[in-house]
Design a protein around this ligand. Sequence first.
Ligand code: C2E
Ligand code: CA
Ligand code: CA
Ligand code: CA
Length: 275
Amino acid sequence: AKSGPARGWALFDDELGDALRERALLAAELRDAVHCNTLLPFFQPILKIETGELIGFEVLARWQRGDKGFVAPDVFIPLAEELGLIDRLSDQLLRRCCAAMASWDPKLSISFNLSPRQLNHAGLAKRIGRILDEAGIPGSRLAIEITETAVFIDMDRARQVISELRALGVRVSLDDFGIGTSSLAVLSQLPFDTIKIDRSFISDIEHNPQNAKIVRGVLALARSLELTVTAEGIESDEDLAFLKTNNCVQGQGYFFSRPVPEDALPQLVDDVARA
Ligand code: C2E
Ligand code: CA
Ligand code: CA
Ligand code: CA
């Protein structure tokens, strides 16, 4: 078999070359999508676990890439960050959500993800405040979800941004709780309203006694810190029963609904009310 540089370059041309071309294409199409404001918010219901009452939705970004189907946010959000498009994309999505919310029951709120780097961008709270104002949506109908990794970049900065958001009446959630590294330090230093237990602890809770203990511990911790808990990744009635027994306040997951587009919301709201 051939070896050495000759073969190396052939590999570069064929495989790495293809990968780079595909990435460049993806980047160009994402630029277009943001330019034309075609990214969509999908909505996954968040319910009160004790009563089954709908309290709102987590917003999850979706990109329909021509006839290639939906691209997952795990792919295009990091790319949008690299391309410097994330603030624009995020503002567009939030504007769309606020427009949608104007026709909802005012008791319903949204929970909106921000990327790590956005926390460090100047004027974040001001931009969010302006979008809310323009749409006539009170800050109390918005929660912002921030992952643990995000808040580590600069604690002082994070504390300031979170305080600015809370001054607008916006609640702030610590996302993916449990899979980062210094959750407890973060909880002691930053003024969160809610923690979201990562779905890796919830989805297999009926088969995994260790995870069951961890989740009970997190719920006890949250109670003593007077934080609300949202459990992600509720996939079965066993998952739900466990959380109900252990007094978890709110939850979301495929058991209730996958994320759905805006036009599916009236039906979803109806179904939840009937369930
Ligand atoms: P995340 O914030 O942890 O969101 C929850 C993810 O779990 C979503 O994946 C959701 O569709 C999925 N999920 C919900 N319930 C279940 C369940 O019962 N079982 C399983 N297996 N999965 C469930 P999705 O929509 O692919 O989003 C992936 C990640 O992309 C999100 O993770 C979030 O970090 C990021 N993301 C999504 N939208 C945005 C956005 O608008 N801005 C930013 N910065 N990040 C976003
Ligand atoms: Ca989230
Ligand atoms: Ca998660
Ligand atoms: Ca399960």
